[in-house]
Write a protein that binds this ligand. Sequence first.
Ligand code: HEM
Length: 224
Amino acid sequence: MEETGEKPFSVTLREGSWSDHSDSEGATFMEDIMRGIGSRQDYIDLVAQHYFMYEALEEAAMQLAADPATAAFHPAGIVRMPALEADLAALIGADWRERIAPVPATADYAARIREIAAEGWIAGIVAHHYTRYLGDLSGGQMIAKRVARQHGLSAEGIAFYDFAGLGAPTDFKNAYRAALDAFGATLDESERQRMLDEVRTAYGFNTAVFVDLGKAKAAKAAAA
Ligand code: HEM
C-alpha cells in the first residue's frame, strides 16, 4: 500500500479518492442534472437531501470550529444551513419542512456523521467536511450555473452554492488544502489511511443518495 506521508496530505486525499469522485459525478441522477435533462423537481429533491446531510454535518463541524487547530476548516462563511432553509422555502413554500424526507441513503449518511461526531473522531469529521464542502466549491459551482439557467432561478433557490462570505473560492480552496496538509502532518500513517477511507466512504454515501433519488423518481413515475 502506498504510504500517505510521501506527498502533501491534500494530494493524497484527492488522488486516493478520485475514482470515488468519478462514481459520484457519473451517477445517472447527478449526470442528468448536469446535462440539463433533470427536472426542477429533481433539483428540489436534491436540495432536500442536502438539508438532512448538512444538519448532521454542521452540527459535527462545531467541534472543528471550537478548536484553534481545526477552526480554519470551518469559518462562519462556510455555514450552509440558513441558505438551504431559504432555498427550500423559495422552491417549495413556507411548509417545506413537512414536505421533505431523507431517502434511505441520506438517513444512513447523516447517521454515520452523527456516529463520528459522538465519538469525537476529529479526522472523521474533517473527512466528511472535505468531501462535501470542497465539492460544493468545485463541481457545485458548475451545477448551480446549470440549474439556474435551466430552471430560471436567480439567487433564490441556489443560495446554497453562493459562498461569497468566504471570498474567492479558489483562494479558500487553497487555504483549505493547506489546512489539510497541516492536519495530515499531525496524524500517523494508520490514521491518515483511516481518514482517506472515510473520505471514500463519504463519496460512497453521496453516490448511494443519487441512486436512491433515481429509484424514488422511477417509483413515482411508475405510480403516476
Ligand atoms: C456533476 C457532478 C460533479 C462535477 C461536474 C464535479 C466536478 C469537479 C471538478 C471539476 C473538481 C476539480 C476542481 C478543482 O480542482 O478545483 C471537483 C473537485 C471536487 N469534487 Fe466534484 N464534481 C461533481 C460531483 C461531486 C460530488 C457529488 C462530490 C461529493 C459530494 C464531489 C466532491 C468533490 C471534492 C471533495 C472535490 C475536491 C477534490 C480535491 O481537489 O481535493 N464532487 N469536482
